[in-house]
Write a protein of this length. Structure first.
Length: 532
């Protein structure tokens, strides 16, 4: 009975120590969040550690995360970081039961790792970025030391001959509960205050966006043809609403940039006149308005990461020519344009494609309103015909002209291709995979895209039968997707429907299946349905 009593007492003390570790971790994160709200929200330890994890994640694993979790991949990462912190904090608490000072020092060590991650971020703003991690760690270490002591942890180390584990202290029920309660309340308050201050910091950026008055375009988009948007339930709309437009990027915290302080710098190889523009100066220039479909390179065959919007912006080739830049085919010294974002992201775009006459732009508006923060406010790049990772820099702040031979941007360093024209794709939007539908005439429909080449034909195959031509919606431009439909006389049983497209150059979408890495997925989309 005595052994059982001792075991229960030991287990109880271990549980209290684990709880002490969890409370210490909670206090550390709360203090760090409060500090980050005063320094820079992007310097919070969860953000910097998450960013470091993203940067070091193999391309295949990153692609898996996007494919599996979609736009929730960042939330999953953050939850994973918090779960890991919680587990390690609990383990440190148990360890501190016998090695109190060493356990507290372990918390400090994690703070040093967070500080190192903050300094190593591409958007690091200086030594101040280490403060959230360090102050959070100091808070967590003090809380752990205090709570473990109240829970009956070791006192100051003594020369016991067994490693100096210390002399056990008595269990202080009232003292522990009081200290734990105060820690929980104070940490919750600190975290709430930090979130409130962070929200207040973003109010200036939000106000600058609300104050934007978009000028009329000097070159407006042509009206969308009446027959370009099919009224078929389940088919993606011709224009994707901003709230439904896909978002794939590495930013754990969406940058909120004040348009009043934003500037763009253009410099580098072949630039005879380095230039700098404010947001107001860009709005004063002649603006073009175009309907353009964007596609993410992480989009699997039949995937959701494609969307079409009406963009308003400054023609990028005009800015480059004013800076003295010439295309490589015209003797220019630079063949790669490096776009840098405020969060440190770098994207490499072929200069030739930007200056070949296509409607490449620095966009300031999306579907009739200033860019949403999640989609790059105040300014982002849009280049039709290229996957986003080589063309669609959000929150852009700098353009540097260089060469492919001398610089590898973010994604190229991680195994993606330097050049990435969008591949011809067609997608079945309706019926959905594994749908059960009645026999009779069934409308099969979806969208197809081959930006900057256009879609000439879409065909549907039922099981292993012949390819049959689908009806195409009226064409808008070569830079937008095209809706299509096919009336299928569905007979009872299980059937596989497959679609393929032919682009404006007469090239048929390949049936060869490839992964998204290194330059976009290929293959034909198919769905299995049951009739009857």
């Amino acid at each position: 009975m005595r052994v059982v009593s001792i075991n229960r007492r030991t287990a109880g003390r271990a549980a209290l120590a684990a709880a002490s570790g969890l409370l210490a971790g909670y206090a550390a994160l709360a203090a760090a969040e409060l500090t980050a709200s005063l320094v820079r929200p992007q310097a919070g330890p969860v953000t910097v550690i998450g960013g470091a994890a993203i940067d070091r994640t193999p391309a295949a694993l990153k692609d898996f995360a996007i494919r599996t979790f979609g736009e929730n991949d960042k939330l999953v990462l953050q939850l994973g970081i918090l779960a890991t912190v919680g587990l390690l904090a609990a383990l440190l608490g148990v360890f501190a039961l016998r090695h109190r000072r060493t356990g507290a020092a372990g918390v400090l060590a994690f703070g040093v790792l967070g500080a190192a991650a903050a300094l190593g971020r591409p958007d690091a703003a200086g030594a101040g970025d280490v403060l959230p991690s360090l102050l959070g760690a100091v808070t967590g270490a003090l809380v752990l030391y205090l709570l473990v002591g109240k829970a009956g942890g070791a006192t100051a180390p003594e020369n016991t001959g067994t490693g100096g584990t210390g002399t056990p202290a008595a269990w202080n029920r009232r003292g522990f509960l009081l200290a734990a309660g105060v820690t929980a309340i104070a940490s919750t308050g600190a975290g709430a205050l930090g979130r409130a201050l962070t929200g207040r910091r973003g109010q200036g950026a939000a106000a600058s966006r609300a104050a934007v008055r978009l000028p009329a375009p000097a070159s407006p988009a042509a009206p969308i043809p009446a027959g370009a948007a099919l009224r078929i339930p389940g088919v993606s709309p011709f224009t994707t609403p901003n709230k439904e437009f896909y978002r794939v990027d590495t930013a754990l915290v969406v940058p909120t940039v004040d348009a009043g302080t934003w500037r763009l710098r253009i410099h580098g190889k072949g630039v005879s006149r380095p230039l700098s523009y404010s947001f107001a100066e860009l709005l004063q220039r002649p603006l073009i308005e175009r309907d353009i479909t964007l596609t993410c390179v992480s989009n699997e065959v039949g995937g959701p990461y494609a969307g079409s919007a009406r963009w308003l912006g400054v023609r990028l080739s005009d800015l480059l020519r004013e800076a003295g830049v010439r295309a490589p085919s015209d003797g220019g010294r630079a063949d790669q344009l490096i776009a840098r974002s405020v969060d440190g992201m770098t994207l490499g775009t072929p200069v030739e494609e930007v200056m070949d006459g296509r409607d490449a732009m620095l966009a300031v508006a999306m579907n009739g309103e200033p860019l949403p923060f999640a989609h790059g406010f105040p300014v982002r790049m849009v280049v039709p015909g290229l996957y986003g990772y080589v063309s669609a820099c959000k929150w852009i702040r700098e353009i540097e002209l260089t060469t492919f031979a001398s610089y590898d941007p973010y994604w190229v360093k991680r195994g993606w291709a330097r050049r990435a024209p969008v591949k011809t794709q067609a997608r079945i939007d309706t019926p959905k995979p594994f749908a059960r539908i009645p026999a009779g005439t069934v409308t099969v429909a979806g969208v197809a895209w081959a930006q900057h080449r256009g879609i000439e034909r879409v065909e549907v195959q039922v099981d292993d039968g012949p390819w049959q031509e689908a009806s195409l919606a009226a064409p808008a431009t070569a830079d937008t997707w095209r809706q299509w439909s096919f009336d299928w006389k569905a007979a009872s049983g299980g059937h596989r429907l497959t679609v393929r497209a032919t682009d404006g150059r007469g090239e048929v979408q390949t049936e060869l299946r490839t992964r998204t890495i290194p330059d976009g997925a290929s293959g034909r989309h198919g769905v299995f349905v049951t009739v009857g």
